[in-house]
Design a protein around this ligand. Structure first.
Ligand SMILES: [Cu+2]
Length: 130
């Protein structure tokens, strides 16, 4: 059995994380583009992916998958036109996990790789541009 975090606890953690990233962004605004750090929260439910933002600037990006559903989910990310897939481990209900990767200009597709979740709606796209 996996340990289930109460929903409110998961939300509080996520808010704290978002705040920390917000502060990091604020602190590095004078650093120029090299300091670009994106944070995208992906809310997972059956069967839906909700993104905290659908457009980011090129650079290091942290995805945080928060599983608000009742099934296991995961997150895979691929740039359109590329075959390279970045994927995280399974996230159990009530839990969250992060994955960082560097994004370049283009359109990225996000999806859940489990069973037929992608076909059922667990997919989204993210635009990366200046
Ligand atoms: Cu899924």
């Amino acid at each position: 059995m996996s340990l289930r975090l109460p929903r409110s606890r998961a939300l509080a953690l996520t808010a704290a994380t978002a705040l920390a990233w917000g502060l990091a962004l604020t602190a590095s605004t004078d650093g120029g583009d090299a300091a670009t750090r994106n944070y995208v929260q992906v809310s997972a439910r059956e069967f839906y992916f909700g993104l905290s933002k659908t457009k980011v600037k090129p650079g290091s990006t942290t995805f945080e998958l928060v599983n608000f559903g009742e099934d296991d989910h995961d997150l895979a990310v691929r740039r359109k036109g590329s075959s390279a897939v970045k994927q995280m481990d399974i996230v159990h209900p009530g839990e969250s996990a992060r994955m960082s990767t560097k994004l370049r200009r283009g359109t990225y597709v996000l999806w859940c790789t489990l069973a037929d979740h992608r076909e059922r709606g667990m997919r989204a796209s993210l635009k990366v541009r200046r």
